[in-house]
Design a protein around this ligand. Structure first.
Ligand code: ZN
Length: 286
């Protein structure tokens, strides 16, 4: 980079710094740290151009067993708003507890978890609740832009409502409502009438026992299922074997824990729509 180009960049950066300083000690706009993709998505939608959002989980990284770097722990400490889900990522829980950031949104408490399943974002109504809490936190830290945050929330909520309706309509009349999936992420889709049998448990790493695989095979045969769902993150090997042995196909269902290389150009809404299409196909829904 030439010196004159450097100066130009510095000038732009300085303008950006003075342009939006409400509520932030560093003068760079409100700094939001989110712990996983679905939370970062919501924070970005509410923030619009008035706050900076960073996601502690990088695309392609498995969020369940996230470890934080020293820099990321410092980021949590310095953030104006931290959006995380207590109980989902122990390293983030530790960082929040030890650094005590000023404004914290705990998505687990806001969404209302069912059982110990952390994947609440698969229910658009629960994600909408979290969006409301993020909007309040941002408005509190940056009251100058409260109107913009409220407008962004209204737009997001309208889309989440229409997504919820599309699921309810799209899954109302299906030949089968039983789905075999990779990890136990999909319980929150149960309210659309689906039931899920998972190869591994809540965490994608758990290895299934031969007995468990035999049970799934039996379920596939009894219910005449046509699909075993794999996931973009994690190995499809067990799902592939199960499907192959049962003589049926596989398809991708995304728990939207995080973005992957294959979904880098997607977002929460488009991935949810893609999942709906995959579920409708597997369920032979009319
Ligand atoms: Zn998960």
């Amino acid at each position: 980079m030439t010196p004159s180009r450097l100066l130009a960049v510095a000038a732009v950066a300085a303008t950006a710094l003075t342009g939006c300083s409400g509520g932030s000690s560093a003068g760079q706009g409100v700094q939001v740290v989110a712990s996983t993709y679905p939370l970062a998505y919501v924070a970005e939608r509410i923030a619009g151009s008035h706050a900076q959002v960073s996601d502690l989980t990088r695309p392609g990284q498995e969020p369940h067993d996230l470890e934080l770097t020293v820099q990321q722990t410092a980021q949590v400490a310095d953030a104006d708003v931290v959006v995380y889900e207590k109980g989902f990522q122990p390293a983030v829980d530790d960082a929040v507890e030890s650094t005590g950031p000023e404004t914290v949104v705990d998505a687990a408490a806001t969404a209302g978890l069912e059982g110990d399943n952390p994947h609440f974002w698969l229910d658009p109504r629960k994600l909408s609740r979290v969006a409301g809490a993020v909007e309040q936190a941002l408005a509190k830290r940056d009251p100058d832009h409260a109107d913009a945050y409220a407008a962004n929330l209204a737009r997001l909520r309208a889309q989440l409502t229409s997504l919820d309706r599309a699921y309810a309509r799209g899954l109302a009349r299906c030949r089968t409502t039983t789905m075999v999936v990779s990890h136990d992420a999909y319980a929150y889709l149960g309210r659309y009438g689906l039931t899920f049998a998972s190869i591994s448990g809540l965490s994608p790493d758990a290895e299934p026992s031969p007995d468990h695989l035999a049970e799934l095979r039996k379920l596939i045969e009894e219910r005449h299922l046509t699909t075993v769902f794999t996931e973009p993150l994690g190995s499809p090997a067990t799902a592939d074997t199960l499907a192959h042995d049962a003589g049926i196909g596989t398809a991708v269902l995304d728990p939207i824990d995080g973005l992957s290389d294959s979904s880098a150009d997607q977002d929460y809404l488009s991935l949810m729509r893609r999942n709906l299409a995959a579920l409708r196909k597997a369920g032979d829904c009319r």
